[in-house]
Design a protein around this ligand. Structure first.
Ligand SMILES: Cc1cc2nc3c(=O)[nH]c(=O)nc-3n(C[C@H](O)[C@H](O)[C@H](O)COP(=O)(O)O)c2cc1C
Length: 390
C-alpha cells in the first residue's frame, strides 16, 4: 500500500491546567499541569491527541509524494504507522482509507495557506451558547468586565503629545454622516410586522446583488458589487433564514447574486425557524427574531484560485465579509430597519444544515435585519440617541 502524510498538519505541545485538591492540601498552588501533543489537521472533524512515538513518522513521511508502507515500516514502527493511518494523519491509497483521502484531496485542491486553514477549522463552533461562559462567572456588563479584568487598554491610541497634534476641521454633517450616525446594532425586533417584499428585494440587491458582470471568457467573469472584494472575486454567498418578510414563505434560501432571486432550500414552521435561528446564532436570542437572517459564507476556492496558499488570502476573505455586512447595515438603516452582525455563530451546525462542505464554503459571520421593536428589552449602544429617545 502507498502512503503519504496529510497535506496540512500543525502539532501543538499543549499544557492543560486542572484543579488539584491534594496539591492544595500539601501547600501547593492547587493546579495540576497535563502536557500533551495535539495534532491539528483541518481535514479531520476534531483535534487528535498524539503519543510521542507518533511524532517522528509524522515529520518523516512525505507529503507531496507517495511511499510504500513497507519502506516506511523499515524505518518506523509498523503499529505506530497503522495507528496514524487510523487517525487519518497518514493517508493510505487503498479503499479502506478513502474517506480520509477524499477530504485530504479536497483540502489540497482548495489551496489553503496552512496556518490559516488550521485557524479557520479549529475556531468553528458547534452547539455553543455564546454569552453563557461570561454569565457563568458573573459578567453581564462592561462594568463587570472592568471589575473582573481591570481596565482595558486606553480607548484612544496616541502617538504625540497634545501640543504636537494638528487639529482638523469639524465637518458639518452630510447625508452619509447622518445615515452612519443613525446605525446602531439592533437587538430588539418586532416580528409581528412584516418587512415589505420591495424593501427586502432592494436590500439584497444593494448589498449582495451583481451590479454588473464583466465576462472575461465564456466560463470566467468578474462581478461588480457595491462593496469591494479582494481580487474582484466576490467569493461570499448569502444564505437566508427568512421569518418575517411579506410574500416570502418562512424558510431557508440561497440568494442568487446574478439572477437576483431566492433559491428555496427548506421551508420551515415558525417555531422551527426560531429554533434554527437560535442554533445558528449560538443562542443569541436578541438577534434570533430578526425578520431576515443572512449567513455570509465565502466559497474559499474562488479566492484561493488566484491567491494560492497565500498568507493574506484568508484575511482578505474575512475583510470582504465585513464590507458586505456594513453595506447591508447602512442600507437597512436607510430603509428605517434595524440590523446587526455577529461572528459568534455555530459554523458547524450551519454547514450541516445548509449542506456546505467544510473548508470549501463556510459561514464567517451572520448579519440580519428587520423592524425595530417599540420597546427596548435587550441592551443597545445608542449614546447619540439616534434610535431611542432615552
Ligand atoms: C465582528 C463583529 C462581531 C459582533 N458580534 C456580536 C455578538 O456576538 N453579539 C452581539 O450582541 N453583538 C455583536 N456585535 C455588535 C457589537 O457589539 C456592536 O457593534 C458594538 O457594541 C457597538 O455598537 P453599535 O454597533 O451599535 O455601534 C458584533 C459586531 C462586530 C463588528
Amino acid at each position: 500500500m502507498l502512503i503519504r502524510r496529510c497535506a496540512i498538519l500543525l502539532i501543538e505541545p499543549r499544557e492543560r491546567l486542572d484543579f488539584d485538591f491534594p496539591s492544595l492540601l500539601e501547600g501547593g498552588d492547587g493546579l495540576r499541569a497535563e502536557r500533551e501533543w495535539i495534532a491539528l489537521a483541518p481535514h479531520l472533524d476534531g483535534e487528535v491527541t498524539l503519543g510521542v512515538a507518533e511524532l517522528t513518522p509524522l515529520g518523516a513521511i512525505p507529503v507531496h509524494s507517495w511511499m510504500e508502507f513497507d519502506a516506511a515500516a523499515a524505518e518506523h514502527d509498523a503499529t505506530v504507522l497503522r495507528t496514524l493511518l487510523g487517525k487519518g494523519l497518514l493517508i493510505g491509497a487503498t479503499s479502506e482509507y478513502s474517506e480520509f483521502r477524499k477530504r485530504d484531496d479536497a483540502l489540497r485542491d482548495t489551496h489553503w495557506h496552512a496556518p490559516a486553514a488550521v485557524a479557520h477549522a479549529f475556531s468553528r463552533w458547534q452547539g455553543v451558547a455564546a454569552g453563557e461562559p461570561l454569565r457563568g462567572i458573573g459578567i453581564t456588563s462592561v462594568a463587570d468586565l472592568v471589575e473582573k479584568l481591570g481596565n482595558p487598554p486606553p480607548h484612544f491610541g496616541e502617538r504625540a503629545l497634545a501640543g504636537r497634534r494638528q487639529a482638523l476641521t469639524r465637518p458639518s454633517p452630510g447625508v452619509i454622516d447622518t445615515l452612519l450616525r443613525r446605525r446602531a446594532t439592533c437587538r430588539n425586533y418586532d416580528l409581528a410586522r412584516r418587512v415589505p417584499f420591495s424593501t427586502f428585494s432592494h436590500l439584497l440587491h444593494r448589498a449582495f446583488g451583481a451590479q454588473a458582470v464583466h465576462e472575461v471568457t465564456a466560463e470566467a467573469a468578474i462581478v461588480k458589487k457595491t462593496s469591494p472584494s479582494a481580487g474582484g472575486l466576490h467569493p461570499t454567498e448569502a444564505y437566508l433564514l427568512v421569518q418575517g418578510v411579506e410574500d416570502v414563505a418562512i424558510g431557508l434560501y440561497h440568494y442568487h447574486a446574478g439572477e437576483h432571486a431566492l433559491e428555496p432550500m427548506q421551508s420551515l414552521t415558525t417555531p422551527a425557524a426560531r429554533e434554527l435561528a437560535n442554533r445558528f446564532l449560538a443562542q443569541q436570542d436578541w438577534f434570533a427574531n430578526a425578520h431576515a437572517i443572512v449567513v455570509l459564507a465565502p466559497r474559499f476556492r474562488r479566492n484561493f484560485w488566484k491567491y494560492r496558499n497565500h498568507a493574506k488570502a484568508y484575511r482578505a476573505v474575512t475583510l470582504d465579509v465585513g464590507h458586505l455586512s456594513q453595506t447591508l447595515q447602512i442600507s437597512a438603516t436607510e430603509f428605517g430597519l434595524g440590523a446587526f452582525v455577529t461572528s459568534a455563530i455555530n459554523e458547524i451546525d450551519i454547514e450541516r444544515t445548509l449542506g456546505l462542505e467544510p473548508m470549501q464554503e463556510c459561514p464567517l459571520a451572520i448579519c440580519g435585519f428587520g423592524w425595530r421593536a417599540v420597546e427596548r428589552v435587550h441592551t443597545e449602544f445608542d449614546p447619540l440617541r439616534a434610535v431611542w429617545s432615552e
